[in-house]
Design a protein around this ligand. Structure first.
Ligand code: UD1
Length: 471
């Protein structure tokens, strides 16, 4: 399961200078398989620390974040292996309950080990992951929730030292419906004495998926998916086989790609019932969606209409969809206002979109987007998973070539992103250092201006040479 890519990540501390090259102008057509939800699988993997034995999780995407979480579990003594889309995790009787900075820095979701380690081992040392491109990533609500059921915390040298000699169920009122805090409290409370009631809990489908996993292990969790989750502590849990829920954000990414490229696609395995607000917003923009026996069907209009968008906890519009929606609004007719309500610093990719010709102004946590008819291909850089995906999505509506450097961010959350888009008819390919340029690129030379106007460039149209990536 350790791919060459991930090995480099750990051994050399930097990534290759791979790039994704996107030539816009081709509509999407056909079917794409949506994998298991990254944001669920990572938490299910952490939950395997709750008890000794062999777990199997199916529908696990082959992405770098899963490999990084496997690294965290291995560092604790677990054996992790993959066969097709199934991950087998053997949790030994004794684990080393430590997640050092080297690992937590790479994977913010690694803080999800805190709850299961406290319930399954009784103590833990987890290094604080620090901020990222989203802004700060505090865990004060995780700590307050876990303290309410008997955990004790000390901070030193950037590490959280936690102990839980005696977990006792109690009421936990979260200040905000934090996904991570809800999950950590659920995973610890499942082994507490008595009843824990989590109020103002997050309602994301991934929370319900985790509750399903815990219940199959023998836990007693009710109300997941609502704002009040009740956990009756149990004395014993057992390892299980479980299939992770479908990734609504991967599905949203292909819907966004459809929006900018045009066309008609089927998202096999998608769960439209987990994407109601997004589908409503896409409907306002002119994208038609419906449930399908296979999952979901969608068709894009000739040109998208603008809409106002505001991110909120589920069932509101996911913050993860915001960069994708900004990319769509960049080429929609009219003006759209996007408001980010969850993370302060999630607009960095906007500068990259502006370099592609988008008309976007940001002010605090708002962005005002005046749609242009077409973008123009440019060398751009991915700054996080969804921002990287959004730049590829924008490239589908650009004349000329868009070269997205640092695609390792995209690899963290998408299995074969370029491959899946290509299978739908898009012209997206991964370029590795040393790959020979296409004949058309050799002809075009470095100083060619991309064509403008509403017509897509021909597949062998002019290209711009990318700036060397700084890795
Ligand atoms: C968030 C998203 C989740 C998404 C994930 C990955 C929401 C509500 N959560 O989950 O859908 O899949 O990112 O991109 O949309 N906060 C604190 N203290 C805490 C915990 C959180 O102040 O202890 C704040 C965060 O800074 C943020 C908000 O609460 O402003 C939501 O955080 P949370 O839901 O915990 O984030 P994630 O679990 O990372």
């Amino acid at each position: 399961m350790e791919t060459g890519r991930v090995k480099r990540f750990y051994q050399e501390g930097f990534f290759s200078q791979d790039r994704l090259e996107v030539r816009g102008g081709r509509p999407l057509e056909g079917s794409v398989a949506i994998g298991g939800a990254k944001n669920s699988v990572l938490k299910l993997m952490a939950a395997c620390l709750l008890t000794e034995g062999t777990f199997t999780i199916r529908n696990v995407p082959d992405i770098d974040d899963v490999s990084a979480m496997a690294g965290v579990l291995r560092a604790m003594g677990a054996a992790v292996s993959r066969a097709d889309d199934a991950l087998t995790i053997e949790r030994p009787a004794a684990v080393n309950p430590e997640a050092p900075y080297m690992l937590t820095e790479q994977l913010r979701a690694s803080t999800a080990v805190l709850g299961p380690l406290l319930a399954g081992v009784g103590h833990a040392r987890v290094s604080l992951p620090g901020g990222d491109d989203f802004g700060p990533r505090p865990i004060d609500m995780h700590i307050a929730g876990l303290e309410a059921i008997g955990c004790r915390f000390e901070m030193s040298g950037g590490d959280v030292y936690a102990t839980a000699d005696n977990l006792v169920g109690d009421s936990v009122l979260l200040e905000f419906p934090s996904v991570g805090a809800t999950e950590n409290v659920m995973m610890a409370a499942v082994r507490a004495k008595g009843t824990t009631v989590i109020d103002n809990a997050a309602r994301e489908p991934e929370i319900a998926d985790l509750a399903g996993f815990l219940n199959q292990m023998g836990g007693q969790v009710t109300g997941a998916g609502t704002s009040t989750i009740i956990v009756e502590g149990v004395e014993e849990l057992c390892p299980v086989e479980y299939t992770a829920v479908s990734d609504r954000i991967e599905a949203a990414t292909f819907l966004a790609a459809l929006g900018t490229a045009g066309g008609e696609i089927t998202l096999v395995g998608a769960r439209p019932d987990h994407m109601a607000m997004l589908c409503r917003k896409l409907g306002e923009m002119g994208v038609r969606t419906s449930s399908d026996l296979d999952g979901m069907w969608a068709m894009s209009p000739k040109r998208l209409q603008s809409a106002d968008v505001s991110t909120l906890p589920y069932p509101g519009l996911p913050t993860d969809c915001k960069p994708l929606l900004v990319a769509m609004l960049s080429v929609a007719e009219g003006v759209g206002i996007v408001t980010e309500n969850l993370f302060s610093g999630r607009f960095r990719y906007v500068d990259e979109l502006v370099r592609m010709g988008a008309d976007i102004r940001t002010e605090s946590h708002h962005a005002v987007i005046r749609g242009v008819e077409r973008l123009s291909g440019a060398p751009v850089r991915a700054s996080d998973i969804r921002a990287g995906a959004a730049l590829v999505v924008a490239g589908l509506a650009a004349d000329g070539v868009t070269t997205v450097s640092d695609p390792h961010h995209i690899d963290r959350g998408y299995e074969s992103f370029a491959g899946k888009l290509s299978a739908l008819g898009a012209d997206v390919r991964r370029v590795r250092p040393g790959d020979s340029p296409r004949p058309a690129d050799r002809r075009a030379g470095p100083m060619v201006r991309p064509p403008t106007g509403s017509h897509p460039s021909p597949p062998d149209g002019p290209a711009m040479l990318p700036k060397p990536s700084q890795g």
